[in-house]
Design a protein around this ligand. Structure first.
Ligand code: ADP
Ligand code: ZN
Length: 787
């Protein structure tokens, strides 16, 4: 037999190896193997088995890693799709489906020495005092870790070994599972009686699950099955999580498992606890496994294998948990589906939400996407009938939404002296909260003290030497820092221009440090804390400060993005957004959408308790629709207006986009290469023969991902001569951030509704494209960020 192996070193190619007799029966599709490659030994995954090979003199596989195949056939298929759709090497896609801790050859189960009591044969011997003490402990515990026993009895392993010599105990190596939640006692929770809106939503999810159970996967000619992806739209506190929990219970009843994706930042102990409390207390301890980047490598290894072995049926984790080997899979939940952290910003540049939809399709599982502010993409998919919309219009506790006031900062700027940071209205509101002993959150998504340093005389501006942005002033360390590449320099005492030397240089712009500073002067008695990447250095800092805030030890919390999400503090009655329009001015077609989501989220932090909340949104463009719709908590209104803009300009979701970025140290070369690439794209996409030649074997996604592409009876894509008639190629143009980390970047943007087909053509072009050695190309399908 012959095994076809995809090697971990990216070569965009698979290689054949023979299976030596001693490994017969151990090598399967999905096995991780070590194979010779030239003089090296490399790791890879078996992707297929074959009777014969086109090559002679095959080298044998050296060894198989693990006792089970690590990449299941289903995950392998998903990885292949990722390679094709996201236009990356198959081995890159394959590598991303296994956590590093599982992939590495040396990570394994931790074996530890256990001491166990043996039945006493004959009379019990008289023991020396030290051994008797050890025995007393073991006799009570029956089995105990050797190390723990030695510590408890304040003795050495040698003493314990003497008991083994006497035949009283056995000492053996056993697997000891590293459970990151071992020290937590979690109280079991029971399903809550749902309110009418929740009940309708759950009933529709269950109906989709039952339908999936019944049907055989067959796609009728051109006709879509009722959608198995549902979008659950409901504000925070509307009871989405409770629906997830009950839908998972239904999946377990059907004998199937579930995957729950949450953004990394929401993967807090509280979130995990809610799932464990329902499914993983008492006897069912292992039912929930958590895949989290904060776990140790060993814990991650063990949690993953719990899933692979079927002991855990529910996997919770951030982005990459979408590859968890849950089998059979009945349900995938993507909470906060609009979050851009679901998009991986390095190759493979996949979007976990879209991979979830694909995986659901492949494995006949139901996918539930949840959000208070759904992405334009998902809501659009509901409108065109690909997804089913489920609505939870109210909070479970009938609490009112906070009252949002928009403050026109142009007014404040005209009236005041110096930079307007706090409008009189916001200042007044903070004063009230301090008097009433209520808490305030202030939000500004920019760290540092000042955002630029300028000489008013000669116009000198302190820029990063490696990137095309200004340096940010950090006052505590008296340094200027680049927030892109990390470059740091000292603050000059005077203008560094040799001909100028003006000592009166000026800082401008506001970051969180300045807000903290000025706030301290305005309210000297308030207890103020700042939360941003500069002060949150250690893993537990975040939880610690939030704990203090929760216990009322902090009056005002200032923070960046970090405090925007999922926090729930009943005593917070005021939220101030310092510059609401900051994110609006970014050169990205999603700027308004991001602003709307951010304002809605941040505003949602106010009034989670008895007292109604109040939100002050300070803005220089107070009448911008994103701000006004957020003020009225009107998602639908925002969507309706935004979709018109997207349709007119043919931006996603009315079409799909791909961003090709070329980068290199020599700007001319980069620009030239970009122009060359554009000509190639024009040539190839125009020739229909070429585009028809690259139809893939894995195109059952076409119905999901491309519009206007016909499916034939087997679900395969029928090549159409005019598949690219809607293609728009724009650029090349300098990236919004032309230079980053000393690389110049130029971009070409492609837009079409037939993206799966375009990906194939792109792969073809990228494969043949000849670029100068020092120019690199990155392909980003469905980019989340245009920077
Ligand atoms: P979301 O996920 O939308 O933020 P949750 O499911 O967390 O909402 O619900 C918010 C709170 O309300 C939780 O404490 C939850 O236990 C509770 N809750 C959810 N559904 C109900 C219900 N039908 N009746 C009473 N309380 C509920
Ligand atoms: Zn820089």
């Amino acid at each position: 037999m012959i095994a076809r192996v995809s090697l971990e070193i990216a070569l965009r190619k698979e290689f054949d190896y023979s299976i030596p007799p001693e490994l017969e029966g151990q090598v399967d599709v999905g096995s991780r193997v070590q194979v010779p490659f030239g003089a090296r030994k490399v790791l890879g995954v078996v992707t297929a088995a074959a009777e014969e090979s086109g090559h002679a003199n095959l080298k044998p596989i050296i060894k198989v890693i693990g006792t089970q195949t690590l990449v299941t056939a289903k995950v392998l298929k998903l990885a292949r799709w990722i390679g094709e759709y996201y236009c990356c090497a198959p081995e890159t896609a394959l590598r991303s489906v296994l956590p590093e801790a599982v992939r590495k050859e040396d990570a394994g189960w931790r074996e530890r020495l256990f001491v166990r009591v043996l039945p006493v044969i004959g009379g019990f011997p008289k023991l020396p005092k030290s051994q008797q003490r050890v025995w007393n402990i073991i006799e009570e515990r029956r089995g105990i870790l050797l190390a723990e026993l030695a510590a408890l009895a304040s003795t050495t392993a040698a003493t314990i070994r003497k008991l083994e010599d006497r035949g009283l105990v056995s000492i053996t190596n056993e697997i000891s599972v590293r459970d990151p939640y071992a020290n937590e006692t979690i109280l079991a929770s029971q399903p809550i009686v749902l309110n009418p809106a929740q009940a309708v939503a759950l009933q529709k999810i269950k109906a989709a699950m039952n339908r999936n159970e019944d049907r055989e996967l067959k796609i009728e000619d051109g006709k879509r099955e009722p959608s198995s992806t549902l979008l659950l739209h409901g504000v925070t506190g509307s009871g989405k999580t409770e629906i997830y929990l009950q839908a998972i219970a239904h999946s377990l009843e059907q004998g199937k498992g579930a995957i729950v994706l949450v953004p990394e930042i929401s993967l807090t102990p509280q979130t995990v606890e809610r799932f464990k409390a329902r499914f993983s207390s008492g006897k069912l301890q292992t039912l929930v496994a958590v895949l989290h980047s904060h776990l140790s490598a060993g814990e991650r290894h063990d949690e993953w294998h719990k899933i692979r072995q079927g002991r855990a049926r529910i996997a919770i984790g951030a982005r990459s948990a979408i590859f968890a080997p849950v089998e059979p899979l009945g349900l995938i939940i993507v909470d906060e589906e609009h979050e851009s952290t679901y998009k991986q910003e390095e190759s493979p540049r996949y979007h976990a939400r879209d991979v979830a939809v694909m995986r659901g399709q492949m494995e006949n599982a139901v996918v539930v996407l949840g959000s208070a502010t759904p992405s334009m993409e998902s809501f659009y998919n509901c409108k065109i009938g690909k997804f089913t919309l489920l609505d939870l219009p109210e909070r479970v506790d009938n609490q009112k939404m906070p009252h949002v006031r928009v403050v026109d900062m142009r007014q404040t700027a005209r009236d005041g002296k110096g930079p307007p940071i706090f409008s009189p209205q916001l200042k007044e509101a903070i004063t009230q909260r301090l008097e009433r002993k209520e808490q305030t959150i202030l939000f500004l998504n920019r760290r540092g003290y000042s955002t630029s340093l300028q000489c008013p005389k000669c116009g000198y501006l302190a820029n990063c030497p490696n990137c095309s942005i200004t340096l940010t002033y950090h006052r505590p360390e008296q340094k200027l820092a680049c927030h892109i590449c990390g470059h740091v320099e000292k603050v000059p005492p005077a203008c560094p221009e040799p001909k100028c030397k003006n000592p009166a240089i000026r800082f401008a712009g506001t970051g969180t440090q300045k807000v903290e500073d000025i706030l301290g002067k305005l309210f000297p008695h308030a207890r103020i804390r700042r939360m941003d990447a500069d002060v949150m250095k250690r893993k537990d800092d975040y939880q610690r400060v939030l704990g203090e805030f929760r216990r009322g030890k902090i009056d005002i919390l200032i923070g960046t993005q970090m405090i925007a999400k999922g926090l729930h503090f009943p005593n917070v009655t005021l939220v101030g957004i310092i510059y609401a329009d900051m994110a609006l001015h970014q050169p990205d077609f999603r700027a308004a959408e991001r602003t709307f989501q951010l304002l809605t989220q941040v505003a949602g932090r106010a009034g989670r308790g008895e007292v109604e909340g109040e939100v002050f949104v300070q803005a220089f463009t107070p009448f911008h629709p994103a701000i006004q719709f957020a003020r009225r908590h009107d998602f639908i209104g925002f969507y309706e207006q935004e979709i018109e803009f997207r349709k007119q300009l043919k931006y996603p979701p009315s079409s799909r986009a791909a961003l090709l970025t070329l980068k290199g140290r020599n700007e001319d070369k980069v620009k030239f290469s970009a122009e060359h690439l554009k000509r190639e794209l024009e040539k190839l996409t125009k020739s229909t023969a070429a585009s028809a030649a690259v139809v893939s074997t894995l195109v059952d996604d076409a119905g999901l991902f491309d519009e206007g592409v016909k499916l034939n009876t087997r679900g395969a894509c029928v090549p159409q001569a005019n598949a690219f008639r809607d293609l728009i190629i724009s650029g090349p143009s300098p990236a919004p951030l032309l230079r980053a980390e000393n690389f110049y970047r130029y971009q070409i943007m492609l837009r079409t509704r037939a993206m799966s087909r375009l990906s194939q053509v792109l792969a073809h072009i990228v494969g043949k494209l000849v670029l100068p050695d020092d120019v690199m190309l990155a392909v980003d399908i469905d980019p989340a960020n245009l920077g």
